[in-house]
Design a protein around this ligand. Structure first.
Ligand code: FAD
Length: 482
């Protein structure tokens, strides 16, 4: 009888331990995917991630066909769908790479139990992380709560070497009755139809394992040198942009790790940039470790006193933030980069998140859910962790009283205003001295450039000084609760 490989956010053939183990079993291998938007607690993907998933599944299906197999698609709830596949194919075993969200773990455990009871083996692997959450612990055997000692512990451990793609996958035949329950990629309805809002995203990205490998190679060749400094320059292509590929498992962090270490071995001068870069990849593992220990990370403030925070945001200011119409150019540029390309530079993610939570006193969960819907890399662990970090409510986070000034942040990280000019074209003709604070430009200059604040570009929706004071006061009210 055949064995099954259930793909879930591990859309690649290389360094895919579940796939390789299934092939090594010597049986015929049937590969499938389930779009599950129905199981209890499963968070449906946002629009941008659905767009990516479409391309990712298409690329995976094509790669499997080239290897002699195919990808058959089903719709969830996963427990029922997988049971149907197991029964319909008469499979003797199923292989998958592990997931770390509470709802996903519940599905996988229930399935494993029911299959095992019937003598069907369920084999699970680590295909997503450098180290799984329970593999890295402090001296007391407890998970780390703070990043720096976690990083130190990770650096002291070997990272296993990636497994090459199987040369051929011995494909089996799917029976007609089970194929009748399958669906086509288009029928999953993952791509927008009307309106087609994805044209900017399509122009910015290519999905799939090959594109991920190409991007990694390009980054190592041209972007790794200087990364430590350039990663904070949003106007440059100074980061790897591997995040959506990692999100959907089109590349594994082990592959990234070993490719970067290989580059350092060839060119030792890259070492400090490589160390910085790999520490970012370790942040990803760290946020998965936090999600494992705190399953409510995406929907509940980790610090319980934040449940009493006097949020004062309103729908109009939230909308202005979402649309990039706050009147603060660096914030608006970031929100528009997100809308147009479904990705935002990390430095600007921090600035816009701080602005929403602190200047607009809006509950971080509103921001988290907007990012969830609009980012191609929307990730259950990284997104929740990023927002809680900025809000100051997380396990390891920035202090609440650190309130980014959007003008000085803009001047520091986008000194010539190139990033703002790209995404806020209505300010493009302003000289650098005023690009981050157009309200300080002489009226004659604004007039000459055809800029009318409040008409062609908004005036700031909140003044920085009073907004900062209000945020500090709100935070103080929390401390008074102690
Ligand atoms: P690089 O600088 O090239 O980093 C390489 C990889 O390391 C990234 O692809 C990512 O997987 C990982 N990484 C980098 N920075 C971080 C970080 N701070 N935390 C965790 N992992 C990191 N990242 C997501 O992948 N998905 C999200 O939904 C997400 N939401 C965020 C929300 C907020 C409010 C903030 C402040 C950050 C968020 N991040 C998220 C982290 C970070 O901004 C992105 O990972 C990064 O911008 C992706 O671009 P890159 O691949 O070019 O990064």
């Amino acid at each position: 009888s055949p064995v099954l490989v259930w793909f879930r956010d591990d859309h690649r053939l290389s360094d895919n331990p579940a796939l390789s183990a299934a092939v090594a079993s010597g049986s015929r291998v049937l590969c499938f995917y389930v779009l599950d938007e129905a199981s209890e607690g499963i968070r449906p993907l946002g629009g941008a991630a659905r767009w990516w998933l479409h391309g990712s599944l298409r690329a995976l299906g094509e790669a499997l066909e080239r290897a002699g197999s195919r990808l058959v698609l089903f719709r969830g709830p996963a427990l029922q769908a997988v049971e149907t596949v197991v029964r319909g194919t008469g499979a003797s075993a199923i292989y998958w790479n592990r997931r770390y969200g509470a709802a996903e773990i519940a599905v996988d455990s229930a399935l494993k139990k029911s299959l095992t009871e019937r003598g069907i083996k369920a084999h699970s692997f680590n295909g997503r992380l450098l180290n799984e959450p329970w593999e890295v612990a402090n001296q007391a055997g407890k998970p780390f709560q703070v990043f720096t000692p976690y990083l130190r512990a990770v650096t002291a451990r070997p990272i296993s070497t990636p497994i090459p793609s199987p040369e051929r996958i011995p494909g089996g035949t799917w029976g007609e009755s089970i194929l009748a329950r399958a669906t086509s990629l288009d029928a999953l309805g993952l791509e927008p139809s009307s309106p087609d809002w994805a044209s900017g995203i399509r122009a910015a990205w290519q999905c799939g394992e090959q594109a991920a490998q190409d991007r990694l190679k390009e980054f190592i060749g041209a972007g790794l040198k200087g990364y430590a400094e350039q990663r904070d320059r949003p106007f440059m292509d100074g980061t790897s942009r591997l995040s959506p590929h990692l999100r959907f498992g089109e590349i594994s962090p082990r592959q990234v790790w070993h490719a970067v270490m290989g580059a350092v071995a060839r060119e030792p001068g890259l070492e400090s940039d490589a160390r910085k870069y790999l520490s970012e990849v370790v942040w990803r593992d760290f946020s998965y470790q936090l999600l494992d220990v705190h399953p409510h990370l995406p929907d509940r403030s980790h610090s319980p006193r934040f449940e009493h925070f006097p949020w004062a945001g309103n729908p109009e200011t939230l909308k202005a933030w979402q649309r990039g119409l706050t009147g603060y150019p660096i914030v608006d540029a970031g929100m528009r980069q997100l809308w147009q390309t479904a990705w935002m530079h990390n430095r600007v993610r921090m600035i816009v998140a701080s602005f929403l939570v602190k200047h607009l006193l809006t509950d971080w969960r509103q921001g988290e859910s907007w990012f969830w819907d609009t980012l191609v890399d929307a990730d259950p662990a990284n997104n929740a962790f990023g927002w809680q970090w900025v809000a100051g409510s997380g396990p390891d986070s920035a202090p609440f009283h650190r309130i980014f000034n959007p003008v000085t942040q803009g001047e520091k990280f986008d000194p010539d205003g190139r990033y703002v000019r790209t995404y806020v074209p209505e300010l493009a003709s302003l000289p650098a001295a005023f690009i981050h604070k157009p309200w300080e430009a002489p009226p004659g200059l604004l007039h000459e450039k055809g800029i009318r604040l409040g008409e062609t570009y908004p005036a700031p929706i909140v003044p920085h000084g009073p907004a900062r004071a209000r945020a500090l006061e709100a935070f103080q009210s929390l401390r008074d609760l102690e």
